[in-house]
Design a protein around this ligand. Structure first.
Ligand code: F6P
Length: 337
């Protein structure tokens, strides 16, 4: 068999480890040929590909980013520029046939899973692997990249404690996560945040301000607020800016904001993410070898299984208020809004 592999959407730690997991298993265990496709679905439009050897897969386990490059090309959206009027799905299907590819492995987030489901309906053999720091892909307990992002955000919060305490300030830190609050919840709790705001839980500025004033009364001279980028804000400000300005106005306390940004997506994956990537990659290749297409590999408890792409596409896995970290956090006095 000859398989193609591509990475699509935002990058995250662990993509290269996943490419390595797929390709080494395919070449060494199943005797398959593997073709790397550059820049996501864009590379299937242009046929920008390269045949991988075992040698081209060296040094990938700990490497950040993606050696294949990525793009947010959506082949089922109307073509623009040189693709104006072009039937992109038909062109891609033709290119896949010309390249002799029996299956495409798509490593990506929610958008990619949607595209992969559409290509399955279009008659292309696809196996996908969930990738995102946001951890918001439906059908899998966890996606690789999340643990690395949480680890980076937690270290940043740890560092805010000492400077917040020295200056007696309220520190507001904004983390990524798109429309889901997973990174804010996990890093906020691991970093000992006092107030954690998630898109899934409505917040009240009055309540937050009261919590901070009460802390001051109890002799707590600083407060750490962790804010997900997806919370609803007014005034067209970034969430951290809005929350920091409002808290300062309501409490009169000195307040500073930090937006962590793309640091959460860069650099080496954690050991947890490396091993998860290796397992997901290996299982994806096993699916292909068994002729099971149209599925996304997925983590269920301690096991790796798979779910049909049609069940995943268009859904979002968000935080629910009965999550144990929220239940235990509330009991300990953490404010969630
Ligand atoms: O999906 C990963 C993510 O980093 C989100 O957390 C964030 O909202 C988004 O991508 C940023 O996208 P871009 O790379 O297009 O700026």
């Amino acid at each position: 068999m000859r398989i193609g592999i591509l990475t699509s959407g935002g990058d995250c730690p662990g993509i290269n480890a996943t490419i390595r997991g797929v390709c080494k298993t395919a070449i060494n265990h199943y005797g398959m040929e593997v073709m790397g496709i550059y820049d996501g679905f864009q590379g299937l439009l242009t046929k920008e590909v390269e045949l991988f050897t075992d040698k081209s897969l060296s040094g990938l386990l700990s490497m950040g980013g993606t050696i294949l490059g990525t793009s947010r090309e959506k082949p089922f959206k109307k073509g623009k520029g040189i693709y104006e009027g072009v039937d992109k799905p038909a062109l891609i299907k033709k290119n896949i046939e010309e390249l002799g590819l029996d299956c495409i492995v798509c490593i990506g987030g929610n958008g990619t899973q949607k595209t992969a489901a559409k290509f399955t309906d279009y008659g292309v053999n696809i196996v996908s692997i969930p990738k995102t720091i946001d951890n918001d892909i439906w059908g899998t307990d966890i996606s690789f990249g999340f643990d690395s992002a949480v680890s980076i955000a937690t270290e940043a919060i740890d560092r805010l404690h000492s400077t917040a305490s020295s200056h007696k300030r309220v520190m507001v830190m904004e983390v990524m996560g798109h429309k889901a609050g997973w990174i804010a919840l996990y890093s906020g709790m691991a970093g000992g945040g006092d107030i954690i705001l998630l898109p899934e839980i409505p917040f009240s500025i009055d309540n937050i301000s009261q919590v901070i004033k009460d802390r001051t009364k109890r002799g707590k001279n600083y407060t750490i607020v962790v804010v997900a980028e997806g919370i609803n804000t007014l005034l067209g400000l970034r969430p951290a800016e809005y929350i920091a300005q409002t808290i300062a106005a309501e409490t009169g306390l000195e307040t500073r904001e930090t937006v962590l940004g793309y640091i959460q997506r860069g650099g080496a994956p954690t050991p947890f993410d490396r091993n998860l990537s290796t397992r997901l990659g290996g299982h994806a290749t096993e699916l292909i070898a068994n002729g099971i297409f149209g599925h996304m590999v997925a983590v269920h408890g301690d096991d790796i299984g798979s779910v049909p792409l049609k069940d995943v596409a268009g859904k979002l896995k968000i935080v629910t208020e009965d999550h144990d970290l929220i239940v235990q956090g509330r009991r300990m006095g953490v404010c969630f809004g």
